[in-house]
Design a binder for this molecule. Structure first.
Ligand SMILES: [Zn+2]
Length: 345
């Protein structure tokens, strides 16, 4: 990395406000510390392997993205790429990075449109026009829009779900601490909902529970349970462990949770394929709407060459123009690896 230098006019350099990197060790970087002036065009040069990309893309851009992502809600963050903290001692005055990829968008007959956002939006338009039965407007076919997304996984195709083997130690009774989640731990307010419900023998290990007891523990709904706290006795409606956990920790913006609590949640959940949409990300209305026998999720997973064949069959005056616009896009993508500007009408 010794050949890597940033050059600037000393007199123009505002060290106070410069982007400062201390002790960068990502990939082959050997404890590099550097100040980069802001508001200037700065060029990183050096022989191949000297660490230009490690510093610019893998350190500066990654940390910038990572910090930016942390400002979004849990819901949005789940949709963004995940970044590990780069190996660097400290960075100061970091601002938002915009990365313009040096790799051209590669396209070939074997790619699919699932990841091509602009073509997918034309597909949504097509389905909103001629999908049968119609799911509604073009947003009704979008997994990023509440109108089209699978309600169970919020359009992600996978969902964080409680892992019962992590949440419960079945060899223990409720009194012995069978619930291994600190916020529901023995003696807590939450724990009393189960302990005071009258549904369970507190000394019985969970492994000895009957089916009925399991059902009550995990999914039960029912009468008011007295909960003792410093403020007196409160009456709280009984709610099974899974429903309660999902409602309190998975169906809300958990970014508002303290870090310690967030870690506790992560310890008892696992990411699993969504049981409602099986990864297709859309709700039932969108998935049951078809064009020539294919729904939009199936179309978006087709290889481009196959999708073009399907689209060629659409000749009617409502769907035809959209279909041929998509074909033009797909053909350009296959031939040149580019996306054409989409007409805005
Ligand atoms: Zn789903």
């Amino acid at each position: 990395m010794s050949v890597l230098q940033s050059r600037y006019e000393e007199r123009d350099f505002d060290e106070q406000n410069a982007l400062r990197i201390v002790g960068a060790r990502e990939n082959n970087l050997k404890d590099v510390s550097v100040s980069i002036p802001k508001g200037k065009l700065v060029v990183f040069t050096g022989v191949s392997g000297s660490g230009k990309s490690s510093l610019v893309f893998d350190t500066i851009a990654v940390e910038s993205q990572r910090q930016l992502n942390e400002t979004f809600s849990w819901f949005v963050r789940n949709r963004l790429p995940k970044y590990e903290k780069p190996d660097v001692e400290a960075m100061y005055n970091l601002s938002t990075a915009i990365v313009i990829d040096q790799k051209p968008v590669g396209g070939n007959a074997r790619s699919t449109v699932g990841t091509m956002t602009d073509i997918y939006s034309l597909m949504r338009l097509l389905f909103s026009r001629i999908g049968e039965p119609s799911a509604g407007a073009s947003t009704a076919y979008s997994f990023n829009d509440p109108a089209g997304m699978c309600p169970q996984c919020d359009g992600l195709g996978h969902a964080m779900q409680v892992d019962l083997d992590k949440l419960l130690d079945k060899s223990k009774s409720l009194k012995e601490g069978a619930i291994q989640f600190p916020m529901f731990g023995q003696g807590t307010w939450q724990w009393q909902i189960y302990a005071n419900s009258g549904y369970f023998d507190l000394d019985k290990p969970l492994s000895a529970y009957s089916d009925q007891e399991w059902d009550n523990l995990l999914y039960g709904k029912g009468e008011k349970v007295p909960i003792k706290s410093s403020g007196g006795v409160a009456q709280v409606a009984y709610e099974g462990l899974i429903h309660r956990f999902n409602r309190l920790y998975l169906k809300r913006d958990v970014s508002t949770l303290a870090k310690k609590n967030m870690e506790a949640v992560m310890n008892v959940v696992a990411e699993q394929d969504c049981s409602a949409c099986h990864g297709a990300r859309l709700n039932e209305a969108a998935l049951s709407s078809v064009v020539n026998g294919h729904n939009i999720a199936q179309c978006s997973m087709m290889e481009i060459a196959d999708l073009i064949e399907v689209l060629k069959e659409i000749q009617d005056s409502i769907g035809g123009p959209v279909a041929s616009a998509i074909i033009t896009q797909l053909a350009a993508h296959m031939r040149y690896g580019i996306r054409l500007p989409i007409p805005s009408s």
